[in-house]
Design a protein around this ligand. Structure first.
Ligand code: C2E
Ligand code: MG
Ligand code: MG
Length: 582
């Protein structure tokens, strides 16, 4: 079979599956024939029976045969009604073909044979035709409505692509036929922040725009394979690829869909450059059942997200499942810790360059149910991925602030408590109320609280974030930009942000003394920070040489193992007591 033939055949499978899903159940043609025969027989007998003068013994009583004419007449009516009910248009036309020729016949008898008994038959026929027309018109309306409902059941309303159900059915069909195909799981990158900042209306228009592009691509056949694109929900899509010969063909098709996103999308007079993560698995090579196929494609897609791969595509390999299981296990641990309120915090001291305590950064800590420590490097990314980070943040923020409030009341210290806040947490509508509540219940003055946000917030969610940050500032809190230098924020963004503190990321401090250019880089960040009226703190300072350099290039504050590791609240309290007494 040629590739084109194969394609046509597979195209038919896709079409057929979709049609099957939205089609009616067929009624047997035998019933059609049976109803017509019954109609003809009963109509032919009505006249004869009506004219008969004979008697019939029925239930022990002599009954005139003529009285059965009504029964036969009703039977023929029921036949035509059932024809319309079961066979819709075809049944309606057949009924009309069967009934209408009876009119001239009855009228002829009435006129030529002066058989006035036919008048009732004429009326019966007339009313039956009227009833059938009404019945058909009504059922047509119901039928249209039902067809629409059925179409909706397999079509995604927003994008008009086939939906999750239609996609699952098609996958089922392909698996049942034991066809080789690939399932590609697609998830748009940073789509949530577009929704958050630009609103859902813009988000929806973008989804529609992306879906249109992919649909056109799938229909064009330009990928060289037979493709089917469906929306799974939210910003997730599924691409099914059939009829490829080699692994390269498959990869080329996926790349074709990646490239479809390259051109900007313009919505609400804004240009968007959307990217997506693509992960795919093949049936039956990578998975021999439907569930495994979906989860393997997802695992590959999450790997793209996890590694932030600029390639955007990943094929499933068995080692990925270990990551998935590990993520699931960590997610379970986070949920349990949140339920049992066993997420706790450490406090890492921050000092000014003359070693005077500036304050503490609260850092999330977690133990599993066996009491083993799980490092934040492990559970924070998972919490971010599965959408639990806002709960982790909130728990650390509230508990550390409560502790800090008591510390201030005990010691009268004026140092600062810094807390990390994720984009997701900050974008919550009640974030400002949450801060107000924490300030009220903990008793920490607003000017002794600092919110650390990462640089990426400025790029991903610029407008809404800026609004929120301005409100936080007007409440009297300080703002720090964490991990500065690792993102790609421009100076113009930075200029707009009413921050108080830039936190230079540890990676720059690590390299600072090994190359002159790294040192110049840190010096430049500090200068820019000062020009913009920010203080600058260096994170992850471990060595005396780093401290000397930072002092020489004008760094304001230091946070690092050299002067203090993250401490338990009790140890932090002792440190404050000592510093107050000095
Ligand atoms: P971060 O906010 O940049 O916090 C500083 C991290 O650097 C902390 O790691 C701290 O222990 C570590 N660190 C500080 N000084 C040194 C040093 O001299 N040497 C070395 N090797 N490391 C040093 P940690 O506690 O593992 O936290 C990692 C990241 O997890 C944090 O980085 C922050 O991004 C995130 N995180 C921690 N707690 C929270 C939280 O409550 N909410 C959110 N959203 N993120 C949190
Ligand atoms: Mg931080
Ligand atoms: Mg940091």
């Amino acid at each position: 079979m040629s590739t084109t033939d194969k394609k046509e055949k597979k195209g038919l499978t896709i079409e057929k599956t979709l049609n099957k899903l939205s089609a009616e159940k067929k009624v047997s043609p035998l019933l059609y024939v049976l109803l017509i025969v019954m109609f003809c027989v009963s109509s032919a007998l009505v006249g004869r029976v009506a004219r008969s003068t004979g008697m019939l013994t029925f239930a022990g009583k002599a009954t005139p045969i003529a009285s059965f004419a009504g029964v036969l007449s009703s039977l023929s009516n029921i036949c035509v009604i059932l024809l319309v009910v079961f066979f819709k248009k075809k049944g309606f036309i057949t009924s009309m073909v069967l009934l209408i020729p009876q009119f001239p016949l009855v009228i002829y008898r009435l006129v030529s044979e002066k058989s006035y008994s036919s008048v009732s038959g004429l009326f019966t026929n007339f009313f039956t035709v009227v009833a059938l027309i009404l019945l058909y018109a009504n059922s047509k309306k119901a039928e249209n409505y039902q067809t629409k409902l059925k179409e909706q059941a397999v079509t995604d309303r927003l994008t008009e692509l086939p939906n999750r159900y239609a996609c699952n059915e098609l996958v089922k069909t392909l698996v049942e036929k034991n066809e080789r195909f690939a399932l590609c799981s697609i998830d748009l990158n940073n789509f949530k922040s577009i929704n958050d900042t630009m609103g859902h209306d813009t988000g929806n228009k973008l989804l529609k725009g992306i879906a249109d592009r992919w649909k056109t691509a799938a229909d064009s056949g330009l990928s060289g394979t037979n493709d089917f694109i469906a929306r799974q929900g939210g910003d997730e899509f599924i691409l099914l690829i059939c009829d490829y010969n080699t692994a390269d063909d498959l990869m080329n098709t996926v790349r074709f869909y990646v490239d479809m996103l390259e051109k900007k999308l313009t919505v609400a007079e804004c240009d968007f450059f959307i990217t997506a993560s693509f992960g795919y698995a093949e049936f039956p090579n990578d998975a021999d059942n439907i569930d495994a196929l979906f989860s393997h494609a997802d695992a590959a897609m999450y790997e793209v997200k996890r590694t932030n791969s600029s390639n955007h595509i990943r094929k499933f390999t068995p080692d990925l499942m270990q990551n998935v299981e590990h993520t699931l296990e960590t997610e379970r641990k986070i949920r349990t810790a949140l339920e049992n309120n066993t997420i706790y915090f450490n406090l890492q001291p921050q000092y000014d360059i003359s070693h005077k305590l500036r304050g503490f950064e609260a850092l999330a800590r977690m133990k599993d149910s066996e009491g083993n420590n799980i490092s934040p490097g492990e559970f924070i990314p998972v919490a971010e991925k599965v959408g639990l980070i806002d709960k982790v943040d909130a728990s650390v923020f509230r508990n550390s602030a409560n502790f800090f409030g008591q510390l201030i009341r005990k010691t009268g210290t004026d140092i600062t408590l810094s807390v990390n806040v994720s984009v997701r947490h900050m974008m919550k509508n009640d974030f400002l109320e949450e801060i107000e509540d924490i300030i009220r219940t903990s008793g920490v003055p607003a000017n002794q609280l600092e919110i650390e946000i990462t640089e990426s917030i400025m790029i991903d969610s610029a407008e809404k974030a800026l609004k929120c940050i301005n409100s936080i500032k007007s409440m009297g809190l300080k703002i720090a930009i964490d991990d500065f230098g690792t993102g790609y924020s421009s100076l113009s963004y930075l200029n707009k942000f009413p921050a108080d503190l830039l936190k230079v990321d540890k990676s720059f401090i690590d390299k600072m003394n090994s190359s002159d250019s790294s040192k110049q880089y840190v010096a430049a960040i500090i200068s820019i920070g000062h020009i913009m009226d920010f203080d600058v703190i260096s994170e992850g300072v471990e060595e005396d040489a780093q401290l000397d350099t930072l002092r020489s290039i004008g760094c304001d504050f230091i946070q690092g193992y050299i002067w203090g590791r993250p401490l338990s609240p009790e140890a932090a309290e002792e440190l404050v007591m000592n510093s107050v007494m000095q």
